[in-house]
Design a protein. Structure first.
Length: 280
């Protein structure tokens, strides 16, 4: 899980600089641990075709970080175009050096990188706007999140879709640290705190290379946990016609299977992930 950015300079940088003396490529470890851009692009294409009956061309990735998802979108089809938006120059520079430069020249021209705030006026229009990895959780006030949703609505094309991911579950109110083994390293998702009065929570990502000391707080996220009903109400307020919930299925042992189906009824469980898709 995770990305984030904010208009507030005091919290908008997502990357903690502490405890990173070991030589690691934090963005590559993040990619291996939590990103699945090909799966996401397939989901976007499927849902747009399902809801709109046609194919999307222009994709905008808000809070894009290294914009790996935008890179994957433009590589998927020759007619695909993408706009990557983020306020932090560090991950954008990483994306230019590691992803954008590896694209053929003609494909590079179909990907525009926009260093700026997602609340800025006149953001480039798109058929699909996505805010993934729970990045919009950085907006802790309802008025801020409403302003962002309104900005997205105004920048979508006539048949546009807005795609958000969201997570929750009873486990998300506990201070808990999960870890998962990956080839060559271990990934830690650490929830340090949760305040039920404000629904604010503090999360960290740690990494441990095989045979090395654990590197803590490589990424830190200071978020408000938003619920699906709250988000749907806001999307309705700013003008979206309909919202749909795509809920992740489970394996036999109760783990998420990465397959998302449209539903109007979720499941009360320790931890869940879903997409919200809003139609303009």
């Amino acid at each position: 899980m995770a990305k984030a950015k904010s208009k507030d300079k005091t919290i908008r940088r997502r990357v903690s600089k502490r405890n990173t003396k070991a030589v690691i490529d934090k963005y590559d470890l993040y990619r291996q641990a939590v990103q699945s851009p090909e799966t996401d692009v397939d989901f976007f294409k499927r849902v747009y075709k399902e809801l709109r009956g046609s194919s999307a061309e222009i994709f905008r990735e808000d809070f894009c970080g290294t914009f790996l998802l935008s890179t994957t979108w433009v590589k998927n089809r020759p007619q695909h175009k993408a706009v990557a938006v983020d306020i932090d120059p560090e991950p954008l520079e990483y994306g230019r050096n590691h992803y954008w430069q590896k694209l053929p020249v003609l494909t590079q021209k179909r990907l525009k990188i926009f260093e700026g705030d997602v609340l800025a006026s006149r953001l480039p229009e798109a058929d699909i706007v996505a805010a993934l990895n729970f990045s919009y959780f950085v907006f802790k006030k309802r008025s801020q999140l409403r302003a962002y949703f309104s900005n997205v609505f105004n920048s979508l094309r006539k048949k546009g879709l807005f795609v958000l991911d969201v997570f929750g579950g009873t486990q998300c109110t506990d201070a808990i640290e999960d870890k998962e083994k990956r080839p060559g390293f271990t990934y830690f998702w650490d929830q340090e705190s949760f305040d039920p009065v404000t629904n604010e929570a503090l999360f960290h990502i740690h990494f441990q290379l095989n045979g090395s000391k654990k590197i803590e707080n490589v990424f830190t996220y200071d978020w408000r946990m938003w619920s699906i009903p709250e988000l749907r109400d806001l999307l309705d307020e700013v003008g979206f016609k309909r919202t749909h919930i795509y809920w992740e299925g489970t394996t036999r042992n109760g783990q998420g299977d990465g397959k998302f189906s449209r539903t109007e009824q979720g499941e009360a469980c320790l931890s869940w992930i879903a997409y919200i898709v809003a139609e303009k």
